[in-house]
Ligand binder design. Structure first.
Ligand code: NAD
Length: 484
């Protein structure tokens, strides 16, 4: 697969109302290859006017799509799943180009992303309502589920395909039309998915894609358009908070998938080699650039040395290089700011007494790379524990009893996912119950699954994506009091 082959799949114009358009002011934005730190293509840079045209197109297409039989909506999604699977290699290479991730990560993301279309093709026909009798017996309570309306979907750069399909799948299954605003660093994968949905038969205007480097004004204008009834956002807590304020102006229904700061607990009775294996997945999938990435390791004193040496050994053997090389296991980070942030966090941790068992360096090569890093001797107040690292860095803290580990794990404003390794399932479930997180990996380093409800508590978000819950986010319940 050459990069030309991958690029053929992705249009570089906006997708609005079934048409490919330049941006209204002719602006273009650069797309960078993180492995070479150079621009490889340009894409139309959507304006406020383009955002509003996309809302217009979505509003026009909405009623027709909502009235389309669920089976037919499901078939469009199923066909898109098939097309994504047929074009899996091009899509994977496209993501490597614009995001930098290793090809093996990109390939698993395509499979994961496509699965949302298959899952919601199956869920589309299950949007049942409810019928009950009022407690007084006076009337019946009929609840019907109706599509919420035009949805604005805003996605991050770390999973350019899956974060888009996790929203488009349930929205279309529910009968909503959408405007997708992908992350500015990774617009091509979203444009390619938009093209595949069209090819699969999504009617003009049902899916609109508007990349833009002017995210603030473009999203704000769309949120203030009264035709928009839903915002589904995945990204940082900081931007999510700002968008919740904006959504309040027009009381737009919101779903928020925000930042994480996942703890990874290894209890004294854990199988340490299984914990290292799980840690490699939880930490290093997607090069550490995941909201679910294990960000803080809490390891019982009796197994801390064995675990730390095992993790440093496994991370030290990772092949670092351009994502396009099939041998690569760790590609570059997405942009120079990401590398600077990781460097700063590691320097701060070392200043506070942490010790680098591995890495804490940048490789001497072109591109936005950072070496796999394991930090030990990390005190419980080290500032690196308070922030999402979003890179290949594992800080390890030692603990002495379960209560101390649970308190440390919960000592954060985030609550997306927690990981936990123990040889005693009952003990694991007790600890899992006490952890403040929307998801728990119990003796497992990977939780993401299109069939399961993904999401966080506290400042990690509101709502769930995937599973049965994912479609409810795009449906309103209408209650009819009826007498017969
Ligand atoms: P980000 O918040 O910077 O950007 C997310 C999206 O919002 C992008 O499309 C961006 O262009 C847009 N955006 C930025 N500023 C905006 C503004 N003022 N108004 C409207 N839109 C704006 O996040 P990111 O750097 O792209 O992604 C990384 C973050 O996403 C991390 O915090 C990560 O934890 C989080 N994330 C969460 C999940 C989850 O499911 N909870 C999944 C993936 C990533």
């Amino acid at each position: 697969m050459t990069s030309d082959g991958a690029l053929k799949l992705a249009p570089t114009q906006l997708l609005i109302g079934g048409e490919r358009r330049d941006s209204s002011d002719g602006a273009l934005m650069d797309v960078y290859d993180p492995a070479t730190a150079s621009v490889f293509t340009q894409v139309a840079d959507g304006s406020v006017e383009d955002g509003l045209s996309a809302v217009e197109a979505a509003a026009a297409a909405g009623p027709g799509w909502a009235a389309t039989p669920p089976r037919q909506r499901g078939e469009v999604l199923r066909r898109t799943f098939e097309l994504m699977t047929e074009h899996a290699e091009e899509l994977a290479h496209l993501m490597v180009l614009e995001n930098g991730k290793a090809l093996r990560d990109a390939r698993s993301e395509v499979a994961y992303a496509a699965e949302f279309f298959r899952w919601y093709a199956e869920e589309a026909v299950r949007g049942f309502g409810e019928l009950g009798t009022a407690p007084s017996g006076a009337n019946r309570i009929l609840v019907m589920r109706q599509p919420v309306g035009v949805c604005v979907l805003v996605t991050p750069w770390n999973f350019p395909a899956a974060m888009a399909t996790r929203k488009i799948g349930p929205a279309l299954a529910a009968g909503c039309s959408v405007v997708l605003k992908p992350a500015s660093d990774t617009p091509l994968t979203a444009l390619a998915i938009g093209a595949l949905l069209e090819e699969a038969g999504a009617p003009a205007g049902v899916v609109n894609v508007v990349p833009s480097r002017k995210s603030g004004p473009v999203v704000s204008a769309m949120l203030h358009d009264p035709r928009v009834r839903k915002l589904s956002f995945t990204g940082s807590t900081e931007v999510g908070r700002a968008l919740l304020h904006e959504a309040a102006d027009t009381i737009v229904n919101t779903s928020m998938e925000l930042g994480g700061n996942a703890p990874f607990l290894v209890l004294d009775d854990a199988d340490v080699s299984a914990a290292v294996e799980g840690a490699m997945l939880a930490k290093m999938r997607n090069g550490g650039e995941a909201c679910t990435a294990a960000n803080r390791f809490y390891v019982h004193r009796s197994v801390a040395d064995e675990f730390s040496r095992g993790l440093a050994d496994a991370m030290g053997h990772l092949v670092v290089g351009p994502g396009s090389d099939p041998a690569t296991e760790l590609g570059p980070l997405v942009n120079p700011a990401a590398v600077e942030k990781v460097e700063e966090l590691v320097a701060g941790a070392l200043d506070e007494g942490a010790r680098a068992l591995l890495g804490a360096t940048r490789p001497d090569r072109t591109g936005w790379y950072y070496d796999p890093t394991v930090l030990t001797n990390v005190g419980s107040t080290n500032p690196i524990l308070g922030e999402e690292v979003f890179g290949p860095v594992a800080p390890i803290v030692v603990f002495d009893d379960d209560e101390e580990a649970i308190a440390a794990a919960n000592d954060t404003e985030f609550g997306l996912v927690s990981y936990l390794y123990t040889g005693d399932l009952a003990r694991g479930l007790r600890v899992a119950e006490a952890l403040e997180a929307g998801m728990i990996g119990l003796n497992r380093g990977l939780v993401s699954d299109p069939a399961a409800p993904f999401g966080g508590v506290k400042q990690s978000g509101i709502g769930r994506e995937g599973g049965h819950e994912g479609m409810l986010e795009y449906l309103e319940s209408k209650y009819i009091a009826v007498q017969w």
